[in-house]
Write a protein that binds this ligand. Structure first.
Ligand SMILES: *[C@@H]1O[C@H](CO)[C@@H](O)[C@H](O)[C@H]1NC(C)=O
Ligand SMILES: *[C@@H]1O[C@H](CO)[C@@H](O)[C@H](O)[C@H]1NC(C)=O
Ligand SMILES: *[C@@H]1O[C@H](CO)[C@@H](O)[C@H](O)[C@H]1NC(C)=O
Ligand SMILES: *[C@@H]1O[C@H](CO)[C@@H](O)[C@H](O)[C@H]1NC(C)=O
Ligand SMILES: *[C@@H]1O[C@H](CO)[C@@H](O)[C@H](O)[C@H]1NC(C)=O
Ligand SMILES: *[C@@H]1O[C@H](CO)[C@@H](O)[C@H](O)[C@H]1NC(C)=O
Ligand SMILES: *[C@@H]1O[C@H](CO)[C@@H](O)[C@H](O)[C@H]1NC(C)=O
Length: 221
């Protein structure tokens, strides 16, 4: 489940292993906007920080007081915006800004085309506190009976694209495939009364919870 490391964020393993033989330091704790960035997280500003960060994967990039998970090369678009970090239970609330952008381009409205899980790798996993939002892009319209049975809501992009709220986020892959439709799974936290499928845009922009495995002592040296 944690095999898919996002290439843009976590690609420097071999180099890191070499460098960790040299003296590795914790990356810097600090603040970004009004958010405290504490261990195991650390702020990175350039490549030097990137490689000196003790716990790989926990780098945070601060851009104009907004924290993003990961280290980004120059001119790379940021992806996971950090809304809150819960140090008490090893979880954090993030927004996948690429997925919120999908719906906002009026000249090129599209539904997300990649499962969020493909962009999440160790030490992070998608918490089962989230709900599972499924976005369908269908080559032909599902029957009306099917639409009402599954509570499909057509998205603002039209063209046979639909949203559906399935329930708890888990690894169960059964129960949401639809004939002639391409299905993409997006975790959403859906706090308060907003967990209605018709609020799919609000749900996506509300973010989702990631959990992290605390770094082992052996990860540092
Ligand atoms: C820093 O991390 C980025 C993203 O993983 C990687 O592409 C880059 O090569 C790293 N920089 C160094 C100096 O290792
Ligand atoms: C950083 O923030 C500024 C101001 O909001 C924005 O113009 C810029 O595109 C951001 N950088 C990246 C890489 O997203
Ligand atoms: C962690 O705690 C926060 C509040 O302190 C809560 O909102 C969040 O759902 C918890 N995370 C998990 C994974 O249960
Ligand atoms: C909107 O989509 C068009 C076509 O893909 C693209 O050229 C344009 O840059 C996009 N605009 C924004 C604001 O992302
Ligand atoms: C649906 O999928 C097709 C084929 O991949 C793609 O060209 C189209 O942009 C998608 N439509 C939407 C609204 O996302
Ligand atoms: C549906 O797709 C066609 C062809 O891709 C496009 O021209 C049209 O604007 C789309 N309709 C909507 C409502 O997005
Ligand atoms: C998304 O994940 C589900 C469950 O693993 C899978 O059935 C589906 O094919 C995936 N969709 C894409 C576009 O990769």
């Amino acid at each position: 489940m944690f095999m898919f490391l996002a290439p843009s964020i976590w690609v420097a393993w071999p180099l890191l292993l070499i460098l960790s033989a040299a003296k590795a330091q914790a990356c810097k704790v600090g603040t970004c906007g009004d958010m405290s960035i504490l261990e195991p997280f650390g702020l990175v500003t350039d490549q030097a920080d990137n490689t000196s960060c003790r716990w790989y994967g926990f780098q945070v990039t601060c851009n104009n007081s907004i924290p993003y998970l990961g280290y980004y090369r120059r001119n790379q678009p940021f992806r996971f915006r950090i809304v809150d970090i819960f140090y008490n239970n090893n979880s954090l609330l993030v927004i996948d800004t690429h997925k919120t952008d999908d719906f906002t381009n009026a000249s090129d409205c599209h539904v997300p085309s990649v499962n969020t899980s493909y962009k999440i790798g160790s030490p992070f996993s998608i918490s089962d506190v989230n709900q599972k939002l499924v976005l369908y892009n269908c080559s032909k319209a599902p029957a009306a009976a099917e639409r009402s049975e599954f509570g499909l809501v057509e998205t603002k992009c039209g063209n046979n694209t639909f949203a559906r709220l399935v329930g708890r986020y888990d690894d169960d892959e059964s129960g949401y495939a639809l004939d002639s439709c391409y299905a993409v799974i997006v975790p959403v936290l859906g706090r308060d009364g907003e967990a209605k499928v018709s609020n799919y845009e609000k749900l996506i922009s509300g973010g989702f919870l990631l959990s992290w495995l605390p770094p082992q002592q052996s990860d540092s040296c």
